[in-house]
Ligand binder design. Structure first.
Ligand code: PMP
Length: 369
């Protein structure tokens, strides 16, 4: 089946093999007589699905044994509250603001943390740069330092996580990795917690992944809802409340798909990283070489997942989107707060899709000349 290329920022494209497998198992999972959505989360069938998904994610992201993997609900926006409810200990927290998502996280934390400080921010330059870690004003004794490692709206990515120890901070790093989880290997040293909604790189909306270092459990503020207390969730293997079973199953199929991906010697997320670098480079190189298209993000922090761009003549935006749709290139409209276009090219987007986009952009530019 020839499906269009889907550039949505999320919920986003899912690998076709994963969708096919889910379709084939929809009515009867492995001879059980039940579809996954119809199973008790406590039955042996679903427990097997859950355990495999958790083990595969641990393997893919090389999650060390002292970290718990939690499958929760609420999405990244709920985590903006759940993280300070669990980790702030009613003390100060540091935020590095690099775009809309870290900005939103900071605002929500103000409801729960005793004090919210801004260690660094790129607000002044229109969210186009990454403040150099050496310039961050980290506070002494902060409960944690929050970053968003890939800003989905502004297209800014930390290509390396900061080393807080080297910057003089003992605080654990909290990372919102919603929009690039599993797109590259992840360095856990210094990370206390990472969270992300599944709906970009992992599966359907409704599942939130939280990976948290064990020593940070058990310090929730008294007001923290039990269903969102990481210690309670961890003690109950993510089944204190009914977990998002369909999301966990779909994520599990995606993890199996990821484990099958190869680039030379590399497999899994290391193979994906190689592909993602090549995909992003194709598009950025084309944009940079053309006077017709613009991306304003500094070269050292351009996202490999979300590439916002503008037509230099914005009166052509609607024609661009209509022509793209005719060519089977969907959901390229930029976020409403930024305008222009945005191509989200997560793991499920093949190189052929990015090439088709670049070919279309070249043709559109010529036709407009
Ligand atoms: N963080 C980031 C980086 C995101 O891209 C998003 C969603 N686009 C969120 C948080 C919020 O996630 P949700 O809508 O699942 O709450």
């Amino acid at each position: 089946m020839n499906r269009p290329y889907n550039f949505s920022a999320g919920p986003a494209a899912i690998p076709e093999e994963v969708l096919q497998q889910a379709a084939s198992e929809m009515l009867d999972w492995h001879g059980s007589g039940m579809g996954v959505m119809e199973m008790s989360h406590r039955g042996k069938e679903f427990i097997a699905i859950y355990e495999q998904a958790e083990a595969d994610l641990r393997e893919l992201l090389a999650v060390p044994p002292e970290y718990k993997i939690l499958f929760m609900q609420g999405g990244g926006i709920a985590e903006n509250a759940i993280v300070p409810l669990n980790l702030s200990r009613a003390a100060a927290v540091d935020f590095v603001v690099t775009g809309s998502w870290s900005q939103k996280s900071r605002k929500e934390a103000q409801k729960y943390a005793a004090e919210v400080r801004t260690a660094a921010s790129n607000e002044g330059d229109g969210f186009t740069t990454l403040p150099a870690p050496a310039s961050w004003q980290l506070s002494r004794g902060a409960s944690y330092v929050h970053i968003c490692s890939n800003e989905t709206i502004h297209g800014i990515e930390f290509h390396e996580l900061p080393d807080l120890k080297a910057l003089g901070s003992d605080a654990p790093l909290v990372v919102d990795f919603s929009s690039h989880v599993a797109s590259r290997p992840f360095d856990w040293s210094g990370v206390g917690l990472a969270f992300g909604g599944a709906q970009k790189n992992i599966g359907p909306a409704g599942l939130t992944i939280v990976i948290v270092r064990e020593d940070l459990l058990g310090h929730a503020l008294p007001a923290c809802p039990s269903a969102f207390d990481y210690k309670i969730v961890a003690e109950n293997q993510s089944m204190y409340n009914t977990p998002p079973t369909w999301g966990i199953y779909m994520a599990g199929l995606t993890f199996q798909w990821l484990k099958r991906q190869r680039e030379g010697e590399l497999t899994g997320v290391a193979a994906m990283e190689l592909r993602n670098i090549a995909k992003a480079q194709l598009l950025y190189d084309f944009i940079d070489a053309s006077p017709f298209y613009v991306n304003k993000v500094a070269a050292n922090c351009r996202s490999r997942m979300n590439i916002p761009f503008f037509l230099s003549d914005e009166s052509r935006n609607n024609a661009f989107l209509a022509g793209a749709k005719e060519r089977g290139l969907l959901q390229l409209k930029g976020h409403k707060s930024v305008g222009g276009m945005r191509a989200s090219i997560y793991n499920a987007m093949p190189m052929a899709g990015v090439q088709a986009l670049v070919d279309y952009m070249r043709d559109f530019e010529r036709s407009a000349a």
